[in-house]
Design a protein around this ligand. Structure first.
Ligand code: NAI
Length: 340
């Protein structure tokens, strides 16, 4: 028998609820039998306290080596302070595609049943380049950068994904009626790419209308292609369809590296209380398992999650249960044995 491969993964527990949900997920992944070698690093305020760097050099080097990271959320100060660690990592490793599947878990009753949406968010530019300056006191300029290269690349990603996953429709979401040049370019690139995919219906909706349409009838959409800011906002909106931020996973994908993290942030309001739901990071880890060709383990973890939700006995508070983060993780570990 061939020896099982050990996967080296950079692990960023993050802060707020990050360490709790990461701990839960690592315990579950270890219980799958897949071999991992975790390289653990602090980032953000915690890293600065220890190393006087928000992103330690060793962390960058670890991702460069492993090309794979599992990441908890990191707090970003509002209105000042250091730049977002998340945005910095995405830019540094050119993780241009933020992939967020929004799907109901069987057994969990939510605002909308049977939702199956995919959000494809451009992850490197738009307003998130953070190019802001004060022109004169009382006047601030914030630059939105849209390039043909990044817009074409993300459209290509969305269409390639849709073809592979046999999905039927892509809507590019924009505000090109106002931002005629920037969002106009995003659309122009999407239309060009769409020409190569005649089997996929291509549509365009304006962002404000899209928010209303989503809440009225999310079933009219299939795959949404969005620039950075719209993708960020619409992700949280869509998370509410399937039970909230405690559920929705994400992947930041580039040509040379991938970082898997939940859509949610560090949730300071519930941090350190053993009440956060680790399912979002766990489902991100399922995406990671598929990325490293551990499909059997991915299927097993997904089945275990669905079993625990189906039984409704050990759920966290955000989804109507009374259990803690650790108890939920224990239940998934037990379920892993039962679904094997
Ligand atoms: P948030 O996503 O942390 O929390 C929003 C709401 O959802 C809160 O009520 C929170 O308790 C709840 N929630 C989030 N995750 C949950 C979970 N796993 N289980 C149960 N409930 C959960 O958003 P917020 O409060 O706007 O941001 C807090 C911090 O997180 C900010 O500093 C922000 O910059 C950062 N952030 C980091 C991200 C990342 O590291 N990828 C992504 C988004 C925000």
């Amino acid at each position: 028998m061939t020896e099982k491969k050990t996967h080296k993964v950079t692990l960023i527990p993050g802060d707020g609820i990050g360490p709790e949900v990461t701990d839960a997920v690592v315990r579950i992944l270890e219980a799958t039998g897949v071999k991992f070698d975790w390289e653990r690093f602090a980032a953000g305020a915690e890293a600065f306290e220890k190393y006087q760097e928000y992103i330690p050099r060793e962390l960058y080097e670890s991702i460069e080596r492993n090309k794979l990271a599992l990441k908890g959320p990191v707090t970003t100060p509002v209105g000042g302070g250091f730049p977002s660690i998340n945005v910095t990592l995405r830019k540094k490793f050119e993780l241009y595609a933020n992939f967020r599947p929004i799907k109901n878990l069987p057994g969990l009753e939510t605002r909308y049943p049977n939702v199956d949406l995919v959000i494809v968010r451009e992850n490197t530019e738009g307003l998130y380049v953070g190019l802001e300056h004060e022109v004169v006191p009382g006047v601030v300029e914030s630059l939105k950068i849209i390039t043909a290269k990044a817009s074409t690349r993300i459209a290509q990603f969305a269409f390639d994904f849709a073809r592979k996953a046999k999905r039927k429709k892509i809507h590019a979401i924009h505000k090109a009626n106002i931002m005629k040049l920037s969002d106009g370019l995003f659309l122009k690139c999407a239309r060009e790419v769409a020409k190569g995919f005649p089997e996929i219906t291509y549509g365009e909706h304006i962002i404000d209308n899209t928010c209303m349409q989503l809440v009225m009838n999310p079933y009219q959409y299939d795959t949404l292609l969005l620039e950075n800011l719209y993708g960020d906002i619409v992700s949280d909106l869509c998370a509410a369809f399937v039970g909230g931020l405690g559920l929705v996973p994400g992947a930041n994908l580039g040509t040379d590296a991938a970082i898997f993290e939940a859509v949610h942030g560090s949730a300071p309001d519930i941090a350190g209380k053993d009440i956060a739901n680790p399912t979002a990071l766990l489902q991100s880890a399922v995406l990671m398992l598929r990325h490293i060709d551990e499909d059997a383990a991915a299927d097993k973890v997904q089945a275990a999650i669905e079993k625990v939700y189906g039984e409704k006995k050990t759920l966290t508070r955000d989804v109507g249960g009374t259990s803690g983060t650790r108890a939920f993780a224990d239940a998934v570990i037990t379920a892993l044995e039962e679904v094997a």
